[in-house]
Design a protein around this ligand. Structure first.
Ligand SMILES: [Zn+2]
Length: 386
C-alpha cells in the first residue's frame, strides 16, 4: 500500500514539474518582449505639435474613501508623481454618509493635478463616471438614467459609461464610453495560467506579464462605433485602480489576497494604460480645460506599457486629407464608421480626400508578436465629418 502511495505522489510531482515548462518558456518570451519594448522606446520619434500640448494621466481611481479599496492618498500621490502623470481623475464610490468627491484628492500635488469625481449608479442600474463629482452622488441612484444625465449636463459635468458590458440605456445622452477597463480585462484572465505566470514571470516583468493578457475590447468598440455614427461621443480607457485588491484575481473584494501577490499597487497600474489629452498651448491644464478636452474627444488611449505613446497625432492635414503620425514604426489602421478603410506600416499615414463619416485610428505593434498583432497600442478618438 505504501508503495502505491509513493508511486502516486511521484506521478503527481512529475506532472507538477511538467506543467511548469510552458510558463518557464513564457517567462523567456516576456523577457524578449521587454527587450523589444526598450528598443521601441529608444527609437521613438514623437510628432511635434504647434497648437496643442500633450498631457498624460489616468482616469478611474479609487482610494479607501469609498470602500472597495485599501489604497491611501499618500500611496496614490506618490505613484502618480513617480509615473510623471499630469493628471489623475478620481472616481470614488458614492456614500450615504460622506461626500466622497469633496473629500478625495482635488488639487495639484507635486506635478499631478487630481480631480475629484464619482462612480455613480442610477435607478436603471447603469453606472457612470461623473466628472467632476458632486456632494449629491448618493441620491442619483434613485433617479432614472435620463434624469441623471439631464441633471449632470445642466451642471456641466461629464457622464462616461463605465462597465459598458452591463450598461442598458444605450439611447440615453451620455458623453462617452470607457471602452477599455484594466479591471474588467484582468477579471477575464484565466486564473490557472495567471497563477503560474504569477510565479514565473510576475516577479521580473510585472507590467508586461499583465499586458500579455490584454484583449482588444471588440464589443465595446463596436457599440461605440454604433453610437458615434449618430452623435459625437468620446472614448476613454479606465484604470479602475483600487490598490492592493489584486484585481479580484488572486484576492477578493475585501482586499484579502490569496497568494500574497499584490498585482495592482497604484504605481504599477499607472504604467499600463493612460489617457493622453491635448490642450491648447496658450491654456494651462486645469479641471476645466482637461474636462473640455475629454468632452470634445481631444484625447487618445495609449497602452504605454508597450512603449510611450506620447507624440501620436491624428487630424486633418493639407487641403483635404487626414494624417496620422505614430511615435514608433507600427501598423496604422484608419477606420471609417467602424470598418477598416486603409492601413499602412511605418511612422505615418495619409488619406484623402475624405468625405462624410466617422474616422478613428488604431495603431498596432505587430513586431511584439501575439497578442499585440490584435490588441492595439493606441486607440484614437474619432474625427467626425457630418
Ligand atoms: Zn471603479
Amino acid at each position: 500500500m505504501k508503495k502505491v502511495i509513493k508511486k502516486v505522489l511521484l506521478i503527481i510531482l512529475a506532472v507538477l514539474i511538467a506543467i511548469q515548462a510552458p510558463f518557464i518558456y513564457r517567462r523567456y518570451k516576456i523577457g524578449q518582449l521587454a527587450e523589444k519594448v526598450n528598443e521601441l522606446n529608444r527609437a521613438r520619434v514623437p510628432a511635434a505639435n504647434d497648437q496643442f500640448k500633450e498631457y498624460k494621466g489616468i482616469i478611474h481611481a479609487h482610494t479607501n474613501l469609498g470602500g472597495h479599496s485599501t489604497g491611501s492618498f499618500e500611496e496614490l500621490i506618490a505613484a502618480a508623481n513617480a509615473n510623471d502623470l499630469d493628471f489623475v481623475i478620481m472616481t470614488e464610490h458614492w456614500s450615504d454618509t460622506i461626500d466622497t468627491a469633496g473629500l478625495t484628492l482635488n488639487a495639484v500635488y507635486g506635478k499631478t493635478l487630481f480631480i475629484g469625481g464619482n462612480e455613480i449608479d442610477t435607478a436603471d442600474s447603469d453606472r457612470f463616471l461623473m466628472i467632476p463629482g458632486s456632494g449629491d452622488a448618493a441620491g442619483l441612484r434613485k433617479m432614472p438614467t435620463p434624469a441623471v444625465l439631464d441633471k449632470l449636463h445642466s451642471e456641466n459635468r461629464l457622464a462616461i459609461v463605465t462597465y459598458p458590458e452591463k450598461f442598458r440605456s444605450w439611447d440615453s445622452n451620455f458623453d462617452g464610453i470607457e471602452v477599455f477597463s484594466l479591471h474588467t480585462n484582468a477579471k477575464k484572465m484565466n486564473p490557472f495560467t495567471g497563477v503560474f505566470d504569477g510565479i514565473w514571470s510576475f516577479p521580473a516583468y510585472p507590467e508586461l506579464m499583465l499586458a500579455t493578457y490584454f484583449k482588444r475590447p471588440d464589443e465595446n468598440l463596436r457599440k461605440f462605433d454604433e453610437i458615434a455614427a449618430k452623435r459625437n461621443i468620446s472614448l476613454i480607457a479606465g484604470t479602475d485602480a483600487h490598490s492592493n485588491i489584486g484585481f479580484h484575481l488572486f484576492g477578493d473584494d475585501a482586499g484579502n489576497d490569496l497568494l500574497g501577490l499584490k498585482l495592482d499597487p497604484y504605481e504599477r497600474i499607472f504604467r499600463l494604460v493612460r489617457q493622453h489629452v491635448l490642450i491648447e498651448k496658450d491654456k494651462p491644464i486645469t479641471r476645466e480645460t482637461l474636462i473640455e478636452a475629454l468632452r470634445s474627444g481631444r484625447s487618445f488611449i495609449g497602452f504605454d506599457v508597450l512603449g510611450d505613446t506620447t507624440g501620436f497625432r491624428f487630424g486633418p492635414c493639407d487641403a483635404d486629407a487626414l494624417c496620422v503620425n505614430s511615435p514608433a514604426g507600427s501598423r496604422i489602421a484608419l477606420l471609417k464608421d467602424g470598418q477598416k478603410l486603409t492601413e499602412d506600416e511605418g511612422l505615418s499615414l495619409k488619406y484623402g480626400p475624405y468625405g462624410k463619416g466617422v474616422y478613428r485610428v488604431e495603431v498596432y505593434l505587430d513586431q511584439l508578436g501575439p497578442p499585440f498583432d490584435k490588441m492595439p497600442w493606441i486607440i484614437s478618438n474619432p474625427i467626425y465629418v457630418r
